[in-house]
Write a protein that binds this ligand. Structure first.
Ligand code: ATP
Ligand code: MG
Length: 638
C-alpha cells in the first residue's frame, strides 16, 4: 500500500463514518443487515448499526463451522495443573451449546445477567459464548478477587445465575473459590437464583441444595443440547465489565452487540493483522477487557485459534520455575500474534535473557503491549530479545479496543519508543488544556487526552444502570465542552504521534512546578540498578508537594544493606537531577521488594500516596499483594 494509506484510511473514517463503518460491518455475519449505520441524535449516546440483527457467538463460532470445524479454536494450557487441551471449532460449538442449554434450564433468558467468576479454564470461555448465544448479559469478574470485591459486583450486576468453579490456582497454590463466592453472596443484597459450578477436583465443595448445580450433573439431565443462536438487535447489551479501579470505585462499562462485533473484526484485520487458521496468544485474563476482546471474541471472530493460558509467566509445565514458558508455547502452537502487558514483560526482564533465544519464534509477527505506559528500557529489552515489532497500544476498558496504536494491517508505520502511535480510525483524539478546554494543536503541548463524539463502534454504551454517571463522569470534565475525557495526560509530536504521560490525578506540584510522575519514573527506571519504580506526590508544608520514589532494586542487597541503599539512592537522585532538573528530584528514593498494584498489574499510586500522607488508602479489595503497601507504611513511619 502507498505510504500515505493509513492517513487516508483514517481521514475517511472521520469524514465519512457511515460509509467507512458500513464497509467494516461486512466483516461479520448479519441475520438482518443494519438499516441505519450511525445514530448520534442524542449525544453523547451513540447507536451503531440500528435495525441490524446479529450474534457474537454466531460470529465467533458457528460461522466458521463450514470451513474450519476441525481446526483449533481454543487451546488451553495450564501450568498450574499441568493440563493442555485443544478444542476445534466443532468441539467448541458443542461445548458452548451445552452450557447454553444448562443456563436455559436454570431459567436464564435474553437480557438476564449471568455473572462469571472463574479461573482461566475453558469453561469460562464456554460460559461467555453461551451467554452471547442466548442473549444473556455476561459480567465476568476477575477470578483473583476475594469476597468483598465480588460482593459489590454481584450487587451491581444483579445476576440471575453465577457461573463459577471449585478453585483457581496461582503459583501452585490452590485458591478455593466456592467459599469466597458463598461469602460474597451472603454479603450482597442481591441473591442469585442459581449457581452453576465446574468441579476441577482442586478443592472440596459444599453444594447449597436447590441453588447450586454441578455443570456435569445438569448437562447429563438435559433432553437436548441444541441451542440455536438468538438473533439480537445490534444495540442490545452484550456484556458489562468493571474498570480496574486504579483511581477509585470501578465503573460498570456496558457494551452493545453489533458495534462490538464489527469493532473487533475490524481491529483483528487492521491493527493485529491476524489471519484465519493462525494462533493468537494473549496473556491477559478473561476478567479484564483485554481478555474479553482478545482472548475470547476477537481471535475467534477472525477464525483464529486463541491460546488461553492459566499460570505465571515464570512457571513450566512441570510446575517448576521456567521463565521461557511463553516462548515455548509460541514455538509449539506457531503463535503469530501475541498480546501482553508491560508489567508482565518487566517480570520476565528479571529472568535470563537467553531464555528468549532458546525457542524458534519465527512464526511470531508482532508483540502488542497495553495496560500501562511502556517504558523505553523495557521496550528495548523485549524488542531486542524477540526481534519482532513491539507495538504499544493505548486503550481503556471503556473503549473495548485500541484508541491509539499503529494499524499494521493498513500500513507499516515506524513505531517510536515511548509512543503508542497515532489515533485509530473512528477516534477523534484531541489534546485539550485542562482548565480552559482550549484545543492544543502545537506539537508537544501537554494537555488532557480527550475523544470527541460520536465514539466509534465497540466503545462503551453507558455505565450500567447509570446514564448520569456516564455523562457526568466522562463527558463533563472539561469546562464548556462535551468531550469524553480519558483522564490521561498526553502530547502529540510534530509527526502526529501521541505520548501518554500518565493519569490526570498523577500530576504533582512542587513549588509551583507541575510535574508528571511518569516522567520521573521513566528517568529512574533508566538506571540499570532499578527494576521497577513508582513516584507519588506527597504533601509538604514548604513546597506544596514533593516527589517520593519507591523502587524495586535489581540487586536485592539494597533492601537489607543500608550502605548499598544509600549509594543507590544517591545515584538515582543524581540521574533525575541531571536529566530533569533539581525540581523533579524526589525527596527520597526508598527500596522495596514489590510495589502495590491492582490485580490487573497497574501501579496503585493513589494508595501509596495515601499511606505516605498517613491517610486511609481507601478501597484495597482489588490490590494484589497487601504486604507491598505494608512495606511502604513501615518505611514511611520508621
Ligand atoms: P479505573 O478507571 O477504575 O481507575 P483503570 O483506568 O486502571 O481503572 P483500565 O480501563 O483497565 O482501568 O485502564 C485504562 C488506563 O490504563 C488508561 O486510561 C491509561 O491510564 C492506562 N493505559 C492503558 N494502556 C496504556 C498505554 N499503552 N500507555 C499508557 N497508559 C496506558
Ligand atoms: Mg480508567
Amino acid at each position: 500500500m502507498s505510504a500515505s494509506s493509513y492517513a487516508e484510511f483514517y481521514r475517511r473514517s472521520i469524514d465519512s463514518p457511515e460509509a467507512f463503518w458500513a464497509e467494516q460491518a461486512r466483516l461479520i455475519d448479519w441475520q438482518t443487515p443494519p438499516a441505519r449505520i450511525l445514530d448520534d441524535s442524542r449525544p453523547p449516546f451513540v447507536h451503531w448499526f440500528a435495525g441490524g440483527k446479529t450474534n457474537l457467538c454466531h460470529n465467533a463460532v458457528d460461522r466458521h463451522l463450514a470451513q474450519r470445524a476441525d481446526q483449533p479454536a481454543l487451546i488451553h494450557v495450564s501450568t498450574e495443573t499441568g493440563s493442555e487441551r485443544t478444542y476445534s471449532f466443532g468441539q467448541l460449538h458443542e461445548e458452548v451449546q451445552r452450557v447454553a442449554a444448562s443456563l436455559r434450564a436454570l431459567g436464564v433468558a435474553k437480557g438476564d445477567r449471568v455473572l462469571i467468576y472463574m479461573p482461566m479454564i475453558p469453561e469460562a470461555a464456554f460460559a461467555m459464548l453461551a451467554c452471547a448465544r442466548i442473549g444473556a448479559i455476561h459480567c465476568v469478574v476477575f477470578g483473583g478477587f476475594a469476597s468483598g470485591a465480588l460482593a459489590s459486583r454481584i450487587e451491581d450486576a444483579a445476576p440471575k445465575v453465577v457461573v463459577s468453579a471449585d478453585a483457581g490456582s496461582r503459583g501452585g497454590k490452590v485458591v478455593a473459590y466456592k467459599p469466597l463466592l458463598d461469602e460474597a453472596i451472603r454479603l450482597s443484597k442481591h441473591k442469585p437464583e442459581a449457581v452453576l459450578l465446574t468441579d476441577r477436583g482442586l478443592a472440596p465443595m459444599e453444594l447449597n441444595p436447590g441453588r447450586d448445580h454441578l455443570d456435569s450433573d445438569l448437562a447429563a439431565g438435559l433432553k437436548s443440547t441444541d441451542v440455536p443462536c438468538e438473533w439480537l438487535d445490534a444495540t442490545d447489551i452484550s456484556y458489562t465489565i468493571y474498570t480496574s479501579g486504579t483511581t477509585g470505585r470501578p465503573k460498570g462499562v456496558q457494551r452493545d452487540t453489533g458495534g462490538y462485533a464489527v469493532a473487533l473484526a475490524a481491529s483483528m484485520k487492521h491493527i493485529f493483522d491476524g489471519r484465519p487458521g493462525e494462533t493468537y496468544f494473549s496473556t491477559s485474563d478473561i476478567g479484564w477487557v483485554v481478555g474479553q476482546s482478545y482472548i475470547v471474541y476477537g481471535p475467534l471472530i477472525a477464525g483464529m485459534a486463541t491460546l488461553m493460558y492459566e499460570g505465571l509467566p515464570t512457571q513450566g509445565m512441570d510446575r517448576g520455575p521456567d521463565g521461557g514458558i511463553w516462548w515455548q508455547l509460541v514455538q509449539k502452537y506457531k503463535v503469530t500474534v501475541m498480546f501482553s502487558a508491560p508489567t508482565a514483560v518487566r517480570v520476565l526482564k528479571k529472568q535470563d535473557p537467553a531464555l528468549l533465544k532458546k525457542y524458534d519464534l519465527s512464526s511470531l509477527r508482532a508483540l502488542f503491549l497495553a495496560g500501562e505506559p511502556l517504558d523505553e528500557p523495557t521496550a528495548r529489552w523485549i524488542s531486542e530479545g524477540l526481534g519482532v515489532p513491539i507495538i504499544d497500544n493505548y486503550w481503556q476498558t471503556e473503549s473495548g479496543w485500541p484508541i491509539i496504536t499503529l494499524a499494521s494491517g493498513v500500513e507499516n508505520k515506524q513505531a517510536k519508543f515511548g509512543s503508542p502511535g497515532v489515533p485509530m480510525y473512528g477516534y477523534k483524539v484531541k489534546i485539550l488544556h485542562e482548565s480552559t478546554g482550549e484545543e492544543l494543536t502545537a506539537p508537544n503541548e501537554k494537555g488532557v487526552v480527550v475523544i470527541e463524539g460520536p465514539t466509534p463502534p465497540g466503545f462503551m454504551q453507558t455505565v450500567w444502570k447509570d446514564d448520569d454517571r456516564f455523562v457526568n463522569t466522562y463527558w463533563k470534565s472539561v469546562p464548556g465542552r462535551m468531550v469524553y475525557s480519558t483522564f490521561d495526560w498526553g502530547i502529540r509530536d510534530e509527526d502526529g504521534y501521541f505520548y501518554i504521560l500518565g493519569r490526570t490525578d498523577d500530576v504533582i506540584n512542587v513549588a509551583g512546578h507541575r510535574l508528571g510522575t511518569r516522567e520521573i519514573e521513566e528517568c529512574i527506571s533508566g538506571h540499570n540498578g532499578v527494576a521497577e519504580v513508582a513516584v507519588v506526590g506527597v504533601a509538604d508544608a514548604l513546597k506544596g508537594q514533593v516527589a517520593m520514589a519507591f523502587a524495586v532494586p535489581k540487586d536485592s542487597l539494597a533492601l537489607t544493606d543500608p550502605a548499598r541503599a544509600l549509594a543507590l539512592e544517591g545515584e538515582v537522585m543524581q540521574r533525575v537531577n541531571d536529566e530533569l532538573g533539581a525540581v523533579a528530584r524526589p525527596a527520597r528514593v526508598r527500596f522495596v521488594s514489590a510495589l502495590p498494584k491492582t490485580r490487573s498489574g497497574k501501579l496503585l499510586r493513589r494508595a501509596i500516596q495515601a499511606v505516605c500522607e498517613q491517610r486511609d488508602p481507601g478501597d484495597l479489595t482489588t490490590m494484589d499483594d497487601p504486604t507491598s503497601l505494608q512495606q511502604i507504611r513501615q518505611l514511611v513511619q520508621g
